[in-house]
Design a binder for this molecule. Sequence first.
Ligand code: AFD
Ligand code: MN
Ligand code: MN
Length: 430
Amino acid sequence: MTQLPLSADLIAEANARHAEALDEDYDALGRKLARTGIDIDAVLGRVASFSVAVPSWGAGRGGTRFAKFPIPGEPTNIHEKLEDCAVINQLSRVTPRVSPHFPWDKVSDFAALREEAAALGLGWDAVNSNTFQDQPGQAHTYANGSLSAQDTATRQQAVEHNIECIEIGQQLGSTDLTVWVGDGTNFPGQQDFARSLDRYLDAASQVYAALPDDWRMLLEHKMFEPAFYSTVISDWGSSILAAQELGPKAKCLVDLGHHAPNVNIEQIVARLHRFGKLGGFHFNDSKYGDDDLDSGSINPHQLFLVFNELVEAELNPRDGFNPSYMIDQSHNVTDPIESMLSSAEAITGCFAKALLVDRDALHAAQESNDTMMAFQALRRAYSIDVAPILAKARVAAGGAIDVLEAYRLSQYRARKAQERRAVGLGAGIV
Ligand code: AFD
Ligand code: MN
Ligand code: MN
């Protein structure tokens, strides 16, 4: 029996006030799309089956290296985080899975946690290991690396932690392990580039060997931070080489914020797909680096171009093409629920726009070297306001037409501020 956190009546009442306007907008958009041969109901069907996972750690207020500013009613443990994730899904109907991070989300009974999530209408996405910080009582420090550490016992500890994450994930019903390591250097000469990668590959292959048959290992690259001179899996090149060496169950995960400024991420998507190694995404946005800003808040066009490649990839599938989508953001100055509601809408919107691209016109223009018309095929789709399609999909599934309005009407955060204990101050990128 599912028990969702918000009142269905409150959502229905708020929707009733917008229903007529939505119908008008949807019908008008339907007529406009029909003129170019697009059936809006078919697009609606595709949008209705789209989903993106949310990270458990995104439910709390993030921080920078300098400070964290908690808000009243912030979640303090995985149970409260799940409840907040259920709010996001109840309103958006597009975020039905949560991606947990260990040991942050560790509990004594994972079977019970799985049921708790199911009762909130939630399933589980990729499990994330954490070998980028030390835990109290940990035998070997990760200060000098984890899977690539010089010290054999440290590497072994990191391998065992990843294997434990797989075992937890099996209890939750996950089928992906995402591995991001903070391993790297701050000084030229600090480590040998080749030998540190050798150590990483050797340790990662031990984790790979523990993967159940239907599992994938998603390698997340990142060019800097916490290491500022070099990182072991710095870019998509290192990532795909490692994934190829590990085997077919190893794939590459693209976090939009983990590249050098101005890198052509949509081309990376196409390249990884070409070699059957596109495993998934962490959606966020950035202006300067791994800023973890809200998806589509800085460069929505790039997000659209990424989805354009994903729709192309779908038309030309390679073996095992099934990328996992997740939001990975740090909400430093907003209510995390509001940020993820807004981000889920931005992400779904870019997917919808990518579906509207006239592929025949695009391909014909490409083949005849008609640069302007090729660009216009993309631009026409990007310019369409798809909001009525997204809202229709939400309403049909029991969600809200205006997600932020319904959330604010619910007074959810104020109620939680009464119930939950305050979280501590402090700094930390999460
Ligand atoms: C990192 C990565 C990654 C990781 C997270 C930890 O994006 O996904 O799990 O932050 O906080 O930058
Ligand atoms: Mn990430
Ligand atoms: Mn990141």
